[in-house]
Ligand binder design. Sequence first.
Ligand code: DAH
Length: 366
Amino acid sequence: MTDIPSQTEAALAAIAASATLDALEAQRLETLGKKGWVSLALKTLGGMNPEERTAAAPAIQSARAAIAEALDAKKAALEAAALEEQLARETIDLTLPAQAAPKGSVHPVSQVMDELAEIFADLGFAVATGPEIEDDWHNFTALNMDETHPARAMHDTFYFPDKTAEGKDVLLRTHTSPVQIRSMLDQGAPIRIIAPGRVYRSDSDATHTPMFHQVEGLVIDKDIHLGHLKWTLETFFKAFFEREDIVLRLRPSYFPFTEPSVEVDVGYSNEGGRRVVGGHGDAPGHAWMEIGGSGMVNARVLEFAGLDPAEWQGFAFGLGIDRIAMLKYGMNDLRAFFDGDPRWLAHYGFSPFDQPTLSAGVGARA
Ligand code: DAH
């Protein structure tokens, strides 16, 4: 056995030279471990007589203390270096643009619904909603279409097999008009609402899908007349299409829930094979296109909804949201709206940050 001071010196040098935590642990085992030379030397003290022990102990004790301190210090240094190295390796440069991240986009129908709400809110309309699973009383009867009314057959209704507790048929609403009834029953009059949402009809081709979107409008007050209706729709379409030359034509028509009823046409022209809204429909190169139904709310509907027609009157309208979205953003196949193809959405969708506001332009594109 070599002398303790030189063994200690060699151990301290080996500890200092350890480049890894594993190498350092090997040094610990060789010295302070159960079978390390320091531990074995300490054990020999027990077999010595007091004089021998007094002579030998200080060297061994100080070797142990020096080595333990060196091991601790080196361990701390190696751990700090490992942390520094890991931090350097895992650094994220937060100044890099997030281009690589997948980006969601807002569907044109959602965007147009937001645009509608924004424009009509400015005109004092609140947004109302109703259930998509309706009963036939709200969808038909209260809208002046009793069981035998021929207009019911025109709606290609999806019925559920079960009936309500009161024995009413249950169906997928065929239009947003039942929200008129629900809003009047809930709020009474006066009232000024729009009700955008999904509607369902058993119908499918290039211009019809079994589910599509409508927006209903309803104004009930005193002294309301067709002039208010025409101004409201004209003001809406000017803001929506962001052009002043919108010309509407009201054409006499029939809906059970309005009296009188009118169909609303808008003047347009063909530009590059695409319909562009604007101008008088009878002007050269122009024509009329139907964009919605409307009229003065039928007195029978007011009665069904609990209002006195001698006191209250108003107008209602219904527009196809998909239709006006296609016109505004130049899409030509309705079916693509509901295919969920990410390439179509990437092309026609909107940035979530592109919130429609009246001041920035409701149709601003990112
Ligand atoms: N509910 C009608 C439909 O889906 C559209 C409609 C026409 C709504 C005239 C109205 C209205 O509010 O007054 O065909």
